[in-house]
Write a protein that binds this ligand. Structure first.
Ligand code: HEM
Length: 220
């Protein structure tokens, strides 16, 4: 009889590239529905841009909070979320790729509407966001991790995710006058930032307590 291993006993679950493919498919379906829902092309594009920003936001939150949740609320679910963080991150990048393609289409077809109240300067935060999304996605493969080294990789991914968190905060904050719903979205992003900071603090406290406990044990 073959030895019973985690792979032979675990049910065929959703993880890795299969999880990524499902998430990417859901983003495509949501985009298609948003495009088909509106009879006017201009409104269809704007609605699909908003929908992809929201799918990106949900996926970003999962990747951004995975390690904090696994630390603060350890459970099989949060451990699975942490294990699959890379694929949630890549699905976020995919969703934002669609956001970008839709924005370019909108700018191409309706330049006067796109540039209304917008300038090259106001596009800077979004462009910086895209630069980080590209860097994070490209460096989420083992060869890139090896090339960057542990410290470099961690520094890039930590900086990138904080930059993106701030961009989400700003994007929702500036839309609050348009609808009260944006207060909720801003509040969600803000709470996620607070949760991540709390997790970092908890990790530091735990790390500092470790040597004290070890030296106490050796002194006994
Ligand atoms: C230069 C790059 C970017 C441009 C030109 C751009 C443009 C747009 C446009 C035109 C909308 C829809 C406006 C409307 O009709 O309501 C939008 C929505 C949004 N974008 Fe982007 N975007 C960019 C990058 C980003 C990045 C990097 C992020 C986040 C990391 C982001 C997050 C959002 C959010 C949160 C919304 C609001 C969605 C909602 O209404 O719920 N965008 N963006």
């Amino acid at each position: 009889m073959p030895p019973i291993t985690a792979t032979t006993t675990a049910p065929a679950s959703l993880h890795g590239w299969r999880l990524f493919s499902l998430l990417a498919l859901l983003v495509i379906v949501a985009t298609a529905l948003a495009l088909l829902w509106q009879p006017q092309l201009v409104e269809a594009l704007r609605s699909a841009i908003r929908v992809t920003a929201r799918t990106s936001f949900a996926l970003f939150l999962l990747a951004f909070l995975a390690s904090s949740l696994a630390l603060l609320v350890p459970s099989p679910t949060t451990r699975a979320l942490l294990r699959e963080r890379r694929f949630f991150g890549l699905a976020f990048a995919f969703s934002h790729l669609i956001h970008g393609v839709l924005i370019l289409t909108y700018a191409q077809l309706f330049p006067e509407l796109f540039w209304n109240g917008r300038s090259a300067a106001t596009n800077i935060p979004g462009s910086v966001g895209y630069l980080f999304i590209l860097l994070l996605a490209l460096t989420s493969f083992p060869w890139a991790m090896k090339a960057l080294g542990g410290r470099g990789w961690k520094a890039l991914h930590s900086t990138g995710s904080w930059v993106l968190a701030v961009i989400f905060c700003l994007s929702f904050y500036k839309r609050i006058p348009m609808s009260p719903g944006y207060v909720l979205a801003f509040g969600l992003m803000f709470s996620a930032i607070v949760l991540k900071l709390v997790a970092k603090l908890a990790q530091r406290v735990r790390r500092n307590a470790q040597p004290a406990r070890t030296s106490l044990a050796t002194a006994r």
